[in-house]
Design a protein around this ligand. Sequence first.
Ligand code: FAD
Length: 451
Amino acid sequence: TELIKSALSQASRQQTPLTMGTRKVQVAVIGAGAAGLCAARHILAQPDVFAAPMVFESSDRVGGTWVYSEKTGTSDGGLPIHSSMYRHLKTNLPKEIMAYPDHPFPPNLPSFLHHTQVLAYLEGYADHFKVKEHIQFRTLVEHVIPAPRPEGETDGVMAWEVTVRSLGARGGRVTHQFDAIMVCSGHFFDPFIPALPGVENFQGLILHSHAYRCPEPFTDKTVVVLGAGPSGVDIALEICTVAKQVILSHRNTLLKCPLPTNLQQAPAVQDFSPNCVCFQDGSLQQADAFIFCTGYNYRFPFLMQQTGLQAGGVSLPPLYKHLIHPDLPNLFFIGLCTTVCPFILFDCQVRYCLAVLAGSCRLPSQEVMAAEVDHEYQHYLAAGKPPKYFLKLDSLQEGYFRLLAEEGGFHPIPPVILKVYRALKTFRTADLLHYRSINLRLLSDEEWERV
Ligand code: FAD
């Protein structure tokens, strides 16, 4: 604790830039999903500044969320299943705005892809940029703690110690030291399950979307799906193809587009009996199954408590540029924002963070960062918005990407990407059942106009 306190207080006195003297900067990347691959790819692109990264990945392959697992619960190795993919999942963004800016999807693929095609794309990205040889697979990061800088180095902020456990046959723990960390461990793996009064009375099947794989078990059943976010809507529509009836319970504005005849919408849930769900409008529905599509907690079990980020929850304490804890300016959280083009987000965030580490982008002092974060957050709350949506960017992503590019000194995302993002949102809202059949490359001018 003393060591951590002294490292933190040393950090709080530091000013930018975060240079490491003449030595190459050693970065650890936690996770080899889409964010971690992107981090490693850009670190490798600057061999004069950065040593080759060490990427730690607890599973045995790249892709993270996109590695579909038929299994639910725990893996054969005893770790919780990470992926929340379901068997028939197709992307909710077209490949044209989903790809990393420097690596398009193959031209022969349609706009909306099956999850296996996204995984193949990520494998291709990792191969193309020669990332895989820097990944330590089956290696779980257990602890990340601040450490004194290597002997003889006085400048810069504290270093980091990363303790990893090999999940292979030999096992064993190793501790490595780094100048900076990129946390790329994802945030769609720890189900958030709200406390619902009376749910323990319900005798039907209860599951979270994390454990949903396919609609077949719901054939001829009546199913209540709670939550109308992207997964809730998708899963409800998928189950409608086999179920007797699906009730989508949510607090959002009602979906107004054409929907299957066996899909109904209902307000929030009030109570349960052994085989019924009671809604807040007083209506009662017999149900065979109840699916929580209520999202995920952020969770970083390997971080020390002092960061205030370890335990996570549905929201996090606000970070500078959604990336940096002001007291820990060389610990970067990649990909926390939601309702975005994720791969583009990763690319912009990684390049910004590397510009900070390389010294070409100067962070303000830690006091100024803290004040700025606080000001932005208070302003957000004062507008009556809930803390849990602070990381939801949506229409703000355009300005956010532009800001990172300006300060990070790289090319901004072409405006057409964000135009398509906006158009697609309107199109999806208007036609949830068919928007994925659109192929952007094949649209006529007239159809583009309509979209
Ligand atoms: P992840 O993919 O979760 O990868 C994190 C990696 O870190 C994993 O491989 C994990 O094993 C590893 N890891 C975690 N902790 C440790 C540790 N302690 N030690 C070592 N390794 C660790 N995005 C889109 O762009 N389009 C879509 O259509 C789309 N659909 C989605 C559908 C679903 C159901 C879900 C859940 C997400 C979807 N997304 C979609 C968002 C998707 O999560 C992102 O696109 C992206 O893949 C997230 O990448 P990531 O690297 O941040 O996290």
